[in-house]
Structure formats: C-alpha cells, structure tokens
Design a protein around this ligand. Sequence first.
Ligand SMILES: C[S@@+](CC[C@H](N)C(=O)[O-])C[C@H]1O[C@@H](n2cnc3c(N)ncnc32)[C@H](O)[C@@H]1O
Length: 472
Amino acid sequence: MARKRKEFPLLEGVEIKDVAAEGNAIARVDEMVVFVPFGAPGDIADVKIDRKKRSYAEGHIERMVSPSSLRVEPRCSHFGLCGGCRWQHLPYSFQLECKQRQVSDALRRIAKVEIPDVLPIIGADPVWEYRNKMEYTFSNKSWLTYEQMRSGEEFPDRDAAGFHIPGAFDKVLDIDRCHLQDDFSNRLRKFVKNFGKSNGYPFYDLRAQNGFLRTLMVRMASTGQIMAMLAFGEDNSERIEAVMSAVKNEFPQITSLIYVVNTKLNDTFGDLPVVTYSGAPYIEEEMDGLKFRVGPKSFYQTNSKQAHRLYEVARDYARLTGDELVYDLYTGTGTIANFVARHARHVVGIEYVADAIEDARLNSRVNGIDNTEFYAGDMKDVLTSEFIDAHGRPDVMIVDPPRAGMHGDVVDVILNAKPRRIVYVSCNPATQARDLALLDVKYRVTAVQPVDMFPHTHHVENVVALELRQGL
Ligand SMILES: C[S@@+](CC[C@H](N)C(=O)[O-])C[C@H]1O[C@@H](n2cnc3c(N)ncnc32)[C@H](O)[C@@H]1O
C-alpha cells in the first residue's frame, strides 16, 4: 500500500526576516525557524510547509501577499527551478552584505577568538558570465514543472540539455540560456542538442543508464582559448565522428575539441582516456604573467578574475621578502604555489590528487619556475613532523582546504611546526572558524578578507592572516 504523504499546514501572512547561511531565506513562526528558498527579507507571503523537524521547518512560498522592496527582477528565465543561482532576486549589493555577515557571524559564533574588523568583501566584476567552466547534462527526461504535470498534456519529447534538478538525479532542466558563462556556451550546447535530435541520437537515460549523448563541458580561458569536451554513453564511432565534425565546422574558435566514451554508471571521467579530436589536449590560462595549462581533468578556479584577486590577497598576507620557505597545503594544480614562487626562496606544495600534482609540476616547468616541489597524498599522511624535518620548517604556510576544513592531525602538525605566519583561504567560513579556534593557542588573527567568487549564489571565499604569538 502506498504511504500516505503527510499534509503540512499553510502559514498565512508570514514575514521573511533574513537570509540564512545556506542561501535560503528564513522566517520565525511561533518560535519555529522556517527556511524558505527564493524568499527575500521583507516579503509577506503564505508559506506552505514541506518538511518539519523538531527545531525547524522547510517550506515554499505558495502565494506572495506583498513582495519585499528589496527584490529585483531575476535575469534568468530558469530562476526558481534551477538550483544554480538562488539569489538572483536580491540586489548584488545586498548579496555582498549577506556574505560579509556570514563570515563575521561564523568567526564570532564558532571561532570565538579575538578578530579584527572583517574587511569589506571584494565584490566581483562582472557579476554575469563570470564562470570559465560549465558542465551540461543531456537527458531523455526533462524536468516537468507542476503546471506542466497538472495540465494533463502529454510531453512525448522530453530530451533536455542543461542542469540536474536538486534532489532529482534522473531529471534535467532544459536550459535555454544560462548567464553564468559567455553566451558561446549556450550556442554550443543548443547546437549539439539540435544536431542530436535531428539525427535521432538517443539522449542519456540516467535511470536505465543508456543513451548516446551524455555530457558537455565548456571551458573558456582568459587567453581566449576554448575547450569543448563531449562525453558519449555509447562507443559508436560513426555517430561520434558525425557530432565531432559538425561541432568542429560550426565552431572553428574551439582550440581544444575533445571527447571521452563513458559507459560507466557515473559521469566521472578521471579514469578514462580522453581523445583529442582537433586542436590541443589542453587550454592555457594566464594570471600575473604566468601560464597555467588546464587539461580536461585539471582543477582550476572557475572565476579566473576573482581567483586572481583572491591569490593577490593571499600573497599580500604572506608578506614574502624572497627568503622564505613556504608550504602551500591543498595546492590543487599548484596555482598558489606558482603564484607566490617568484617572491619566496622555496615552495613546497601538497595535494591529494596525483594528476593535479603532475599539472602543478608542469605549470612550474612551463613558467621556468625551479624553486617549487610537489607531493601527492592525503594531507594527514604526508604532512607529518618527519616530513617537516626532511623538507625544512616553513616560515609561512598557505592553506586552502576543501569545505570540510583541516583534519585535526594536520592542525597539530602546523602548531608544532610553528611557521611565523599562516594564510588560511577557505570556501567555508564555518569550518574555517572551527580551525581558527584550534590555532588560537599559538596564533592570533591579524586580518580577515572575504572575496566573492560566485555572484547570485550564497558561496563565499574568505582569507584570514594569522601571526605566531610573541614569545612562542
Ligand atoms: C579548495 S581546493 C584548493 C585548490 C588550490 N589551492 C587552488 O586555488 O586552485 C582544495 C584542494 O584540496 C585537495 N584535498 C582535499 N582533501 C585533501 C586531503 N585530505 N589531502 C590533501 N589534499 C586534499 C583537493 O583535491 C583540492 O585540490
């Protein structure tokens, strides 16, 4: 017997009060916190509860009674359905205010250490088409809106090219225009979609795990070079040749046209051979006079312009004179390590992903940098006191961990190594605050600088400078 869905109440005339850390708006009803996606502070709305927990509830705006004066018209026609940008209805200046607050709240509530005033967040410019990389999914099950489902109409053609809907792994929202990357990206995606449809090529079925057109990745570098990578779910050489040659003829500006055949159950292709159909197997990014090779499997910050600003802040906070031994922990493809290398005596980079370390070494070579060395492995296993004995006690450490922050063992090794200065770059102020509390025994925070890398989302990057306490 089908389980009966629990019916939750409709709360009338609820006032949205604020924006929470995860990007949802919040209201308070009878002491209960209600998270409301796509709400704006100042909205009065009837809110339908969708889930209820002991201390909070989640709901959606069923009917707007009076919209907040803060609201602006979202630029994107997919806003509200696509999970990508949840803050397009808020002015950019207010988005920055929220991010600034998110950083100071996390440091105050979680770190509970003495901090100087948080510096005004460095906003992005431009705030549209700022991404250098987009990944689209082809699917034979486009997402249908409630209105479409309720209409009783049949939708026999459900081929889609776009983004996954949050919480529905097998459905894809068909995207007409995404404003996060140059419009070239939309033209290319639509061309492949139309070409596939007019030739009757099956779009991927995420549930049945079959179909020909699977994913498209578009990377556009600041140098003007463009990479397009198609993933095919079937090893059908005739069809592959047809798609690749059509793309090549239509878009001669692509400098790296590549593909992969992926018949696995998931979209990851790190373990698969990538075929270069035409042009080079990589593109090049440029930053501060340095060239960075970016292959299809390489990590590179997705907002190149803001990444440059972020790295400049990190380098300023490192206060290098040319004499220092620097450790760059969680170095990725060695971007920060190479960015600071000309200002330091020697740089040691450590990173989990072995391929990224290969790229980091290559990036040093390409730029004629010979004072870096890189090691691959889990940080807590590589960065030990023996490692520090062997490679030298660092004068400065730059750390840029993933969202989970640093492992406790890593913090302990840092505390024992006692670098004069630490620069902590983070994409998650909550875990950063937790780690700052652990470092507080030996380090005081001297500067806090948030940077916005992702306009219209709630994500924020934060750089903190720490100095070894006197007498230690
Ligand atoms: C936020 S990225 C920083 C990348 C780099 N600093 C940059 O700006 O391009 C975090 C990096 O930490 C690496 N990482 C995650 N967990 C790790 C671990 N346990 N040990 C070592 N590296 C890890 C990830 O692979 C990723 O490259």
